[in-house]
Design a protein around this ligand. Sequence first.
Ligand code: MG
Length: 337
Amino acid sequence: MILRYKTYFLEFIHPFRIAINTRTQTPIILLELESNGIIGYGEASLPPYLFETQESVIHFFKKVDGDYLDTLSSMDLMLDYIFQLEPGNMAAKAALDIALHDLWAKKSHQTLYSFLGINPSNMRPSSFTLGMDDLKLLPLKLEEAESFKILKVKLGGYNDLEIIKSIRNHSDKPLYIDANQGWTDKELALERIHWLADQGVILIEQPMPKKRELDQAWLLKRSPIPILADEDCQTYGDIPQLLGRYTGINIKLMKCGGLREAFKMIKLARELNLEIMMGCMNESSCAIMAGAVPACLVDYIDLDGPFLINNNPFQNPRIKEGIIQFNDSPGLGLEPI
Ligand code: MG
């Protein structure tokens, strides 16, 4: 098996501000795995707060022995091999996991969802994310969000109420809120959540800093809407300790290491009666169409990455009634531009 990879930067249409930073682009690595003339595509997305870099991903890829991968007879054996190479490196592992899934589904002439036995007909609408931009941009951004039925709003700054009031002046779509750990006082957080619930907010993601176990448990008991863990839930092993602190979890391929891990997390979360969101980093169609497969099994979907950038290296996914559409091509069905 031949590994090819290149560095790339996804450029945001508008500078993207969240509670912790603002950025104009996201470094990624695009991966191709080629076997017998068939190419599987993968992607590692590397927002700056995740510690992995383009260099660390390339360092990890250099440890992968493509000839050895060819001797392994199942996807599980290949992923076991990749996962034991080094701890961490979840985005690098996600890229390899995605590319292997694309490749194997293509080899069997199936779409990835059929290959994995997933029925796509129950997929729910995805949200479209609004960063904490200058409010003057809001009408334009709402126009860009037109094909989406749900908006996800980044809060956690000084003007949270002003942002929501402005949105409500233009749109009555249901809202997801992501505070990105931006609220540090539990009483204020609760007051804000009650106000947001009255504004048509369906759920709130990571309102308080991670590892604030007692405050988060206090907040969950009193919150009128679901609270989902994002920064507090990186991998499978984090899930059990979130019980009693969160209603559910936000799974992202780049945090957990790819599709196999995402399916394991979904299974465990369901056993523990936790709700599930399938989310994303800023990603191209490659990682998004991979994430769209486990997304068929979850309660909330936030897979909007390609719609926030202007240089997607693949065709954008199609959206119908706010729902991401699969095409009939084998694997991820990606069309490089
Ligand atoms: Mg989040």
